[in-house]
Design a protein around this ligand. Structure first.
Ligand SMILES: [Zn+2]
Ligand SMILES: [Zn+2]
Length: 283
């Protein structure tokens, strides 16, 4: 497997140890780092150019784009979405098989006409619309294990049966048009969580056969986090293994992990290098 890492420098605590925390992994033969330095770095060292602003309008209304500009977070939000879009393009082109996207801002609370909860632009949605526009791509899946409901992603693809979206959160069970909400209790063990995960979506994903599998990965449900539902850090490693294996089976190994919620720096430092290790190592 060839793995791409998409990274840009950003404000805030949680990713302060990166990219240094990837030392020891970046030397691996099949690992490629695409980085953009934010907010300023000599143009010659940009590998990851921000996507053109037009792409945003494939998903978001012009009003929302203008509002995001007024928050002062436009550049960081654009680079966050850029990582996901470029990951999808490079996977489609066969340059890489799977990817981990570092984001400054998540994407699942960003919808057509709204944004919030630290999400401004919906990177996965933009990537899907862009691949469909430029290539023959059609069917995609998004698995969302952030602790909160992905209201933006749900709204954007509500009427689109060619996107299978599975959201694991505290909201009630709901299903329509290949969008499923899987209720997760407010306290769970890793075992129960993994059991729910396996029982509810594995068969569905095997039947759906997406061309690319996106994983909106949040670690905010981990013990001690702001969305704590009792999960331990290990559950994220187990999920990475399961989704990598599943992607090999159903989507030619094409898997994009998009960082969503989570705030603790120690957890980011512990989890992300290990998850990338799972992506890149062939078993
Ligand atoms: Zn969240
Ligand atoms: Zn949900």
């Amino acid at each position: 497997m060839k793995t791409g890492i998409f990274f840009h420098y950003q404000k805030g605590e949680r990713l302060k140890d990166f990219p240094q925390a990837l030392d020891g992994i970046l030397e691996k033969e099949n690992l490629f780092l695409y980085d953009a330095f934010y907010p300023s770095k000599p143009p010659s060292s940009f590998d990851l150019d921000p996507v053109p602003t037009d792409l945003l309008y494939q998903v978001h209304s012009p009003e929302v784009v203008e509002e995001v500009k007024r928050t002062g977070n436009f550049e960081g939000a654009l680079l966050s979405a850029t990582g996901t879009v470029r990951a999808a393009e490079k996977i489609w082109a066969g340059e890489i098989d799977n990817a981990f996207v570092f984001t400054g801002y998540g994407d699942h609370h960003a919808g057509t006409d709204f944004f919030g909860g630290g999400c401004y632009f919906n990177g996965a949605a933009i990537a899907i619309r862009e691949l469909r526009k430029r290539f023959e791509a059609k069917r995609f899946s998004i698995i969302d294990t952030d602790a909160h409901h992905g209201d933006g992603t749900w709204e954007i693809f509500e009427k689109d049966p060619d996107v299978f979206y599975a959201c694991f959160c505290g909201n009630p069970v709901r299903e329509e048009n290949n969008k499923v909400n899987i209720h997760v209790p407010s306290r769970v063990t890793d075992e129960v969580y993994l059991e729910v995960f396996r029982k509810t979506i594995l068969a569905r994903l095997r039947a759906f056969r997406p061309e690319i599998l996106f994983w909106n990965w949040g670690y905010d449900g981990t013990k001690g986090e702001y969305g704590d539902i009792g999960l331990t850090p290990e559950v994220h490693i187990s999920l990475t293994r399961e989704l990598r294996k599943l992607a090999e089976e159903i989507s030619q190994g094409r898997l994009i992990i998009v960082l969503c919620g989570g705030s603790r720096r120690d957890l980011a430092r512990f989890l992300i290098p290990r998850m990338i290790g799972v992506l890149v190592d062939s078993r």
